[in-house]
Ligand binder design. Structure first.
Ligand SMILES: [Zn+2]
Length: 92
């Protein structure tokens, strides 16, 4: 069992959440100005690192809000969680 610290509700069981994948993925400012390859990279390709990674999570069975979590993908240790508008660590 993993406890996920929702920044709005506090720690809750992982069964209340859904992971939305990599956090801090920026939408192209002008989608019509990018190439097909750049658009495909934006839509389909995400980092999959071994170690600490920033992810989007939604508290689906709670407040239903999205937020970010910094989680070690090897140990599942959660280092921090923060609201979308708050500064966090960007995945490299
Ligand atoms: Zn919540």
């Amino acid at each position: 069992m993993m406890l996920i610290p929702c920044p709005y509700c506090g720690p809750r069981d992982e069964t209340e959440f859904h992971c939305g994948g990599q956090a801090h993925v920026n939408h192209p400012n002008d989608p019509h100005a990018v190439s097909d390859e750049e658009w495909a990279d934006f839509l389909f390709f995400r980092a999959n690192p071994k170690g600490v990674f920033a992810e989007r999570w939604v508290h689906a069975a709670g407040c239903r809000r999205w937020f970010n979590v910094r989680r070690d993908t090897v140990t599942n240790d959660i280092q921090s969680s923060y609201r979308i508008a708050e500064p966090g660590t960007v995945n490299e």
